[in-house]
Design a protein around this ligand. Structure first.
Ligand code: ATP
Ligand code: PAF
Ligand code: BAL
Length: 286
């Protein structure tokens, strides 16, 4: 595996890998890798000849009071894990390489980014879209893999890829990978390591109560009251606040008051012990 920190070196290595028509899959990450990330890498390896993984804690997607400084950074450990997975390129630029002096552009994806994390974290998805666009231009992957854990992020990236002709035929090339969970159901996330033992145990209430709420909605119970009960259950279990707990159209991320014929997704963000956790699950899917 080549660990690359400079863009000129990346371009050279990518073109060498691509010689003879080999396909490249990109897995963008912010590092502090866990089994969720490694699942993305393994799926990527099935779909392409070579896998490139990026590790970049992107400052432009963090708000002023968020955890940019505290975000875990462990490049040596991450690099050893990726080496074992047979990854060809680890792209790990410094902030100045990604955003040289004078950098002045931003990509804003409307609609899908308006609600949920987009509303709670102003500018977050502009930061994500801009850096993912740059990563696509830098690596020029044939496919890219993203986790469904960040459902809204995946929708934003798909919209951007479609609007800006980034990959084609696009629908096949942005791959969404199902959320990988801990044995108690908690979605794996680099931020789970912020939780102390008590909060970590209570955090499993989130997927459990989401499943309960989904069963009630599918059973025809009132959506608004079911979601209010879900919020109460989380607050009762030790969560300090619920940023949102909403039923949405799975593709447009428009809020839904009832399921109807639409493919629904339950999306939740809630805080426990100062850590913001997100999760989402299908509602009404066959
Ligand atoms: N549990 C998971 N299952 C599947 N994919 C995941 C999981 N966790 C993260 N990913 C995916 O890995 C990619 C990189 O995510 P990132 O590095 O932000 O990790 P994270 O664990 O989501 O971190 P954070 O705690 O910052 O949200 C994203 O596409 C993300 O959706
Ligand atoms: C896609 C991403 C790597 C962009 O910084 C990040 O948002 C993430 O890790 O999900
Ligand atoms: N996994 C999403 C990246 C973020 O929360 O900033």
């Amino acid at each position: 595996m080549q660990t690359i920190t400079r863009l000129d070196m990346l371009r050279k290595s990518v073109s060498e890998l691509r010689a003879g028509g080999a396909k490249i899959a990109l897995v963008p990450t912010m590092g502090a890798l866990h089994e969720g990330h490694l699942t993305l890498v393994r799926e990527a390896a099935k779909l392409a000849d070579h896998v490139a993984v990026s590790i970049f804690v992107n400052p432009t997607q963090f708000g002023p009071n968020e955890d940019l400084d505290a975000y875990p950074r462990q490049l040596a450990e991450d690099s050893a894990m990726l080496e074992k997975e047979g990854v060809a390129i680890l792209w790990a630029p410094e902030v100045g390489e990604m955003y040289p002096d004078g950098f002045a552009s931003s990509i804003s994806v409307e609609g899908v980014s308006a609600n949920f994390c987009g509303a709670d974290r102003p500018g977050h998805f502009d930061g994500v879209a801009t850096v993912v666009n740059k990563l696509f231009n830098q690596v020029r992957p044939d496919i890219a893999c993203f986790g469904e854990k960040d459902w809204q992020q995946l929708a934003v990236i798909r919209q951007m890829a479609r609007d800006l002709d980034l990959v084609q035929p696009y629908a096949r090339d942005i791959i969404g990978i199902a959320t990988v969970r801990e044995p108690d159901g908690l979605a794996m996330s680099s931020r789970n390591r912020y939780l102390d033992d008590k909060d970590r145990a209570a955090a499993a209430t989130l997927p459990r109560e989401m499943r309960e709420a989904i069963a009630r909605i599918e059973d025809g119970q009132h959506v608004g009251r079911t979601l209010a009960a879900l919020e109460d259950a989380l607050l009762g279990a030790g969560f300090s606040s619920v940023d949102y707990a909403e039923l949405a159209d799975a593709a447009s991320l428009e809020k839904l008051d009832e399921l109807g014929e639409r493919e629904g997704r339950l999306l939740v963000a809630a805080r426990i012990g100062g850590t913001r956790l997100i999760d989402n699950m299908a509602v009404g899917a066959t």
